[in-house]
Design a protein around this ligand. Structure first.
Ligand SMILES: [Zn+2]
Length: 117
């Protein structure tokens, strides 16, 4: 999780791409998604850089949810290989529900596991 202003800075880097939301509500959705998804500012930067390589259009919140796990930072702590939550990877699966355009969608997320920390 990063701050709203850190998230807004990253989202603004999409502003030159076609499809960037023209409404404040649309921009807020992207900022909220970025804020929830980014482990830290570095993770947010990696999401932006990867998106610029992947696409010539502005991402939707859905795109950010799909992309975030692939560029997440590697955990530096050692984790318990027998941990039932993360099986030693340091990452456990969870879900987050988002309401977009009146529809609630549940997305898979990956969270840091506290074992071994
Ligand atoms: Zn664990």
């Amino acid at each position: 999780m990063i701050t709203k202003s850190e998230a807004a800075q990253r989202v603004l880097r999409f502003s030159g791409l076609p499809g960037f939301p023209t409404t404040e509500e649309g921009q807020d959705e992207l900022v909220d998604a970025m804020r929830e998804l980014a482990e830290d500012a570095d993770h947010a930067d990696r999401m932006v850089r990867k998106w610029w390589k992947l696409s010539s259009f502005c991402p939707t919140p859905h795109d950010l949810y799909q992309m975030a796990p692939s560029v997440r930072p590697e955990p530096t702590e050692t984790h318990d290989a027998d941990c039932s939550e993360c099986e030693g990877s340091g990452w456990k699966r969870g879900t987050v529900a988002r309401t977009i355009a009146g529809e609630t969608i549940t997305y898979p997320t990956v969270e840091r596991c506290e074992c071994g920390a």
